[in-house]
Design a protein around this ligand. Structure first.
Ligand code: FAD
Length: 405
């Protein structure tokens, strides 16, 4: 299914110019159609997202008015044949995630939750009927979705520790428990809730339509990273969900792990976008800031930092490209995307720190283009598996020995 969107308009655009941060010209590996689509996506980001990102961030408000605009560009559900609007390519989807994050990591996270985690859960775990009911509507941005896995007492150890319960009573299930950090969770129309079946101890997925009796989503305040993503604490008290709203193809955490494998690669691309956004701002700043009578870009130590950042970005693009190629080839394994997420987020953290340093005191203020990336990097480093947990997934692949506990 394709929606009404502007695929034709997208493909009429000129090829997107290469980014200076794309030192080895990886973008040229995209098809012409994809590079034309990139031009339209960049134009949207430059006019409707980037100029307002700091204000949304400061007010800690999700730019919800963008939901239908992002749908018009065909950026939700791009991984699925039911809803994609471009040639299906994980490499291209990754590049788009990078571009969005380069403009605004919070907007990239919104899309990552709605289209990445929630829609992928439905695509991986839903019956044909469930996919037909939800995917086109979510792709059109008519409804907003969230993904509720993490709990107040269980983040890294959800596979074993998840405490939210699901009890079957006839044709219905009753959910009880609590979730934490759920992006879009206070205003989403649909929340995918992961709960443990009290009968067989297996983790199952439930499509909770909100508002629902017994469901409460409360925005988490005073957040200092990805402030324009509205995360929520969710409480479930005897929330009743019909069996027809249980994800029919999820039989345990192993099936949920498929969702995470597919989305973690995209988070690596998102982290790359954070690094590129901060790096670009630091280059600009270094060229314009004069100290000792010269632009600071003329000092060797500053050039060293820029060269290190560009090398980190270049290595990260290569890693992201390859993990997406593996996905396109059907060969991607959990440890592939875990390594990309761990490696790229670590490089990102170093790039944003160097970029902040180059901007001196101005580096901690929103108006100079680096502070938002610097702060946002911390959440990207932690969500969808911390650096440690993704490293342990790779460690298990290397040694054959799980070292999680
Ligand atoms: P913990 O698991 O408590 O970890 C704390 C520290 O201990 C980390 O450094 C970790 O690496 C380390 N650690 C834990 N176990 C081990 C071990 N065995 N070995 C070595 N080190 C270990 N979740 C959702 O379900 N849906 C969302 O939409 C969502 N969005 C998010 C958005 C933001 C902005 C943030 C910050 C989080 C979001 N999360 C979401 C939750 C996120 O996935 C978790 O924060 C993450 O999995 C880590 O869990 P935790 O915060 O409970 O940390």
């Amino acid at each position: 299914m394709t929606s009404t969107l502007t695929t034709t308009a997208l493909t009429d655009a000129p090829l997107a110019p290469l980014l200076a941060a794309d030192f080895y010209e990886f973008q040229s590996r995209l098809t012409d159609t994809e590079q034309r689509a990139l031009t339209s996506i960049r134009a949207f980001l430059d006019t409707e997202v980037r100029p307002f990102a700091d204000d949304h961030w400061e007010r800690a408000e999700s730019p919800r008015h963008l939901v239908p605009r992002i749908a018009e560009l065909g950026l939700y559900g791009n991984a699925f044949p039911e809803t994609w609007q471009f040639e299906n390519s994980a490499v291209f989807r990754g590049w788009v995630a990078m571009e969005i994050s380069r403009a605004d990591p919070s907007t990239a996270t919104f899309i990552g939750v709605h289209s990445g985690l929630a829609m992928t859960a439905i695509w991986v775990g839903g019956s044909d009927e469930q996919k037909a009911e939800w995917l086109p509507t979510l792709a059109a941005g008519e409804l907003v979705a969230a993904f509720g896995l993490t709990e107040p007492d269980h983040g890294s150890d959800t596979a074993k520790g998840l405490e939210t319960t699901a009890e079957r009573r006839g044709d219905e299930w009753v959910l009880n428990g609590a979730k934490r950090w759920i992006g879009n969770g206070a205003f989403a129309d649909l929340v995918v809730i992961w709960a443990r079946d009290v009968a067989d101890d297996q983790v199952k997925g439930f499509l909770v339509r909100t508002p629902a009796i017994g469901f409460t989503g409360t925005k988490i305040e005073r957040k200092q990273s990805l402030r324009a993503v509205e995360n929520a604490d969710i409480v479930l008290e005897n929330v009743v969900v019909p069996e027809s709203d249980r994800l029919q193809k999820i039989d345990g955490f192993r099936d949920l792990a498929v969702v995470l494998r597919l989305t973690r690669g995209d988070v690596a691309w998102q982290a790359l976008g954070v690094a590129v956004g901060a790096y670009e701002a630091s280059v600009e700043y270094a060229k314009n800031r004069v100290q000792f009578g010269k632009p600071i870009a003329s000092f060797q130590l500053v050039q060293q930092k820029l060269a290190d950042s560009l090398a980190d970005i270049t290595a990260s693009i290569a890693m992201c490209m390859r993990v997406s190629q593996l996905q396109d080839e059907g060969a991607q394994r959990d440890h592939h995307s875990a390594m990309a997420k761990a490696f790229v987020t670590k490089r990102m953290r170093e790039v944003v720190a160097r970029s902040r340093e180059i901007c001196g005191g101005n580096g901690i203020q929103l108006d100079h283009g680096v502070a938002r990336y610097f702060a946002d990097a911390e959440a990207v480093y932690t969500f969808e598996g911390t650096y440690d947990m993704n490293s342990l997934i790779v460690g298990r692949a290397i040694t054959g020995i799980p070292a999680f506990v």
